[in-house]
Write a protein that binds this ligand. Structure first.
Ligand SMILES: Nc1ncnc2c1ncn2[C@@H]1O[C@H](COP(=O)(O)OP(=O)(O)OP(=O)(O)O)[C@@H](O)[C@H]1O
Length: 324
C-alpha cells in the first residue's frame, strides 16, 4: 500500500514557564500511514498523542525529525502539504455557534470552493450520514456536545481531503451518542476509503474502526501493529482456569505479585482465575503456585479478550512490548 504520511524521528519538548522544567512529550517517533488506512493512536494520559497529531496537522512544529504528507515536507511545502489534511481536535469545535447546523455546513462547503450544486449535494449527504437532518435548522449553540461533535466531524469531511485526523472523537460523550458516532464513522470508513488517524481512549472505537494501532507511552512508540494481530496474539495467552478449591492467602499474594492484572472469584469449593499471560511460558509459573499447595486444576479454557485488556497489558509498568 502506498504511503500518504511519513513521520520520521519527530521530537517535541516543552519548557514549563514557571519552573523551566523540560518535558519531553514526543521522543523520536516514526511511523507511516498508508492510503485508505484507519490508524488508531493510543496511549495513556500525557503519552504524547495530541502533540503528535498537532505536529502532523501543522499546529505545532517538531523540534527534530520530519513529516511528509503525500510526499511533501510540511516544513518546506507547508500549505501544499496541509491541503491534504482536515482535523477535528479535542475540545476545539470549529463551528459557528450562532449559525444553524445546515448554515454551518453550507458556509464551510462554500468556503472550500464547492459549486452551488455540489454544496447542496454534499450538505444533504452529510446531514443524512450524520443523522443531523432533524436538527438542521437548530443553532449550534443549543446543541448537545454529542451533536456538536457530529457536526464538527461532518464539517471536516466536507473538504474532501484524503486524510482526516480525529483527536478523541468520543471523549466526554455519553454511551449512546458514542455508539452512534462509532457506527457513523464505521460507515464512512467503509464507504469513503479515506485515510483516518484517530487518537482515542475509547477502546471499542479502536477495535471496531482501526486497521492498525500505534501505542505511544511516555513519548515513544511501543507498538505498531495490526489490531487483528494484537487481538490474536493476546487471545492465545488469555485463560480462564477453574480450580477445585479456594486459594490460600499466600497463593493470592503470589498471584498478585507475579500477575497483577489477573482476577479471580470463588466459592467454598471452587475458584475461577482469569489471566492474560505476557509470555506463554508464564503458565508454568502459574501452575507452580497452584501445585505448591496441591490445588487441583479442574479445567483450562482460552478466553476471548477485548482491546481494552490488550491495551492495559501493553502499557502497564515500564515494559516495552515486543511481538514475540
Ligand atoms: N503546552 C504545553 N506546555 C507544557 N507541557 C505540555 C504542553 N502540552 C503538552 N504538554 C505535556 O506534554 C506531555 C504530552 O502531552 P500530550 O497532550 O501530547 O499527551 P496526550 O497523549 O495527548 O495526553 P492526553 O491523553 O492526556 O490528552 C504531557 O506530559 C503534557 O503535560
Amino acid at each position: 500500500m502506498e504511503k500518504i504520511i511519513e513521520v520520521r524521528g519527530i521530537n517535541k519538548q516543552y519548557v514549563k514557564r514557571k519552573t523551566k522544567e523540560v518535558i519531553t512529550a514526543v521522543n523520536d517517533v516514526s511511523f507511516d500511514v498508508h492510503r485508505g488506512e484507519v490508524l488508531g493512536l493510543l496511549g495513556p494520559n500525557g503519552a504524547g498523542k495530541t502533540s503528535t497529531i498537532k505536529m502532523i496537522c501543522g499546529l505545532l512544529q517538531a523540534d527534530a525529525g520530519s513529516i511528509h504528507i503525500n510526499g511533501l515536507d510540511i516544513k518546506k511545502k507547508r500549505l501544499k502539504a496541509l491541503k491534504h489534511i482536515s482535523a477535528v481536535l479535542e475540545g476545539n469545535r470549529n463551528l459557528y455557534w450562532r449559525l444553524t447546523v445546515r448554515e454551518n455546513l453550507e458556509y464551510f462547503a462554500g468556503n472550500r470552493g464547492l459549486s452551488r450544486k455540489d454544496v447542496k449535494e454534499q450538505v444533504e449527504k452529510l446531514l443524512k450520514q450524520f443523522r443531523l437532518k432533524e436538527k438542521e435548522n437548530e443553532l449550534v449553540n443549543g446543541l448537545s456536545r454529542g451533536m456538536q461533535q457530529k457536526l464538527a466531524i461532518a464539517v471536516a469531511l466536507l473538504a474532501n481531503t484524503e486524510v482526516i485526523l480525529l483527536d478523541e472523537p468520543t471523549l466526554g460523550l455519553d454511551v449512546e451518542i458514542s455508539y452512534e458516532l462509532r457506527e457513523i464513522l464505521k460507515m464512512i470508513v467503509k464507504e469513503e476509503k479515506r485515510t483516518i488517524i484517530i487518537s482515542s481512549h475509547d477502546m471499542p472505537v479502536v477495535q471496531e474502526l482501526c486497521d492498525r494501532t500505534i501505542i505511544i507511552n511516555k513519548g515513544t512508540v511501543v507498538v505498531d501493529e495490526k489490531v487483528e494481530n494484537l487481538l490474536k496474539l493476546f487471545e492465545t495467552r488469555a485463560y480462564s482456569i477453574k480450580l477445585g478449591g479456594t486459594l490460600s492467602v499466600a497463593q493470592e499474594q503470589q498471584l498478585l505479585v507475579k500477575f497483577p492484572l489477573c482476577t479471580y472469584e470463588g466459592s467454598s469449593h471452587e475458584t475461577v482465575v482469569n489471566i492474560n499471560l505476557e509470555k506463554s511460558e508464564d503458565i508454568y509459573d502459574l501452575f507452580d503456585i497452584f501445585k505448591a499447595e496441591g490445588t487441583v486444576v479442574e479445567s483450562i479454557d482460552r478466553t476471548t479478550i477485548d482491546f481494552e485488556q490488550v491495551f492495559m497489558e501493553i502499557v502497564k509498568g515500564e515494559k516495552a512490548y515486543a511481538m514475540a
